[in-house]
Design a binder for this molecule. Structure first.
Ligand code: GAR
Length: 204
């Protein structure tokens, strides 16, 4: 595994974080190689965008399959590509404990809130409704829970009085696009270690 800088990107939708990672790699800001883009939805816009840029894309539809059946195919595909990291980028499915344990400390996710505040879905709306004055995004390791893995990096944005869900989501997304590439670079460089839940050595 040493020296392996291949990443697999898992998507379910529009794929803007995936595109940001491609931009970072193509411009030399992120020293990594995209082995494969995998989507669980054939209609994900990100699939078309990835194909248009010449990347290997694989659709493994989750619809109609049990989680176990779907993940069996997904695991086989991932093992074939042998990535150092599996980067979830708007991948809207919870992974089973078996899946997570197959790739220990190899699965990363980006989430549009400052975890542990607001895990789950529609989190920009939840932050607004709660009355938070700041939100942001979090890159974390994926564990068996929902958005509960060890935090790798975070970026903070203010919440303004006049914000809508969309304006807040847009402001957070700008930071997501910068943060994910930086966090992946640190993890691939292996200049970090874990003490309890604390991922140490990451300087972003
Ligand atoms: C991003 O905001 C990402 O953080 C979020 O979905 C969006 C995907 O956008 N992910 C989650 O909420 C995961 N629970 P994208 O497809 O344009 O990257």
């Amino acid at each position: 595994m040493l020296g392996n800088r291949k990443i697999a990107i898992l998507i379910s939708g529009r794929g803007s974080n995936m595109l940001a990672l491609m931009d970072a790699i193509e411009s030399g800001r992120l020293n990594a190689e995209i082995a494969v883009i995998i989507s669980n939805r054939s209609d994900a816009k990100g699939v078309e965008l990835a194909k248009a840029r010449g990347y290997t894309t694989v659709v493994i539809p989750s619809r109609g399959l049990s989680k176990q059946e779907h993940e069996k195919i997904l695991i086989a595909e991932l093992k074939w590509h042998n990535p150092a990291l599996i980067c979830l980028a708007g991948y809207m499915r919870l992974l089973s404990p078996e899946f997570v344990q197959t790739f220990p400390q190899q699965i990363l996710n980006i989430h549009p809130s400052l975890l542990p505040a607001f895990p789950g879905l529609e989190v920009q709306e939840k932050a607004l409704e709660y009355g938070a004055k700041y939100s942001g995004c979090t890159v974390h390791f994926v564990d068996e829970g929902c958005d509960s893995g060890a935090i790798i990096a975070q970026a903070v944005v203010p919440i303004h009085d006049e914000d809508t869900i969309q304006s807040l989501a847009d402001r957070i997304l700008v930071e997501e696009h910068k943060l994910y590439a930086k966090a992946i670079q640190f993890i691939l460089d292996r200049k970090w270690h874990i003490a309890g839940r604390r991922v140490l050595g990451i300087k972003i």
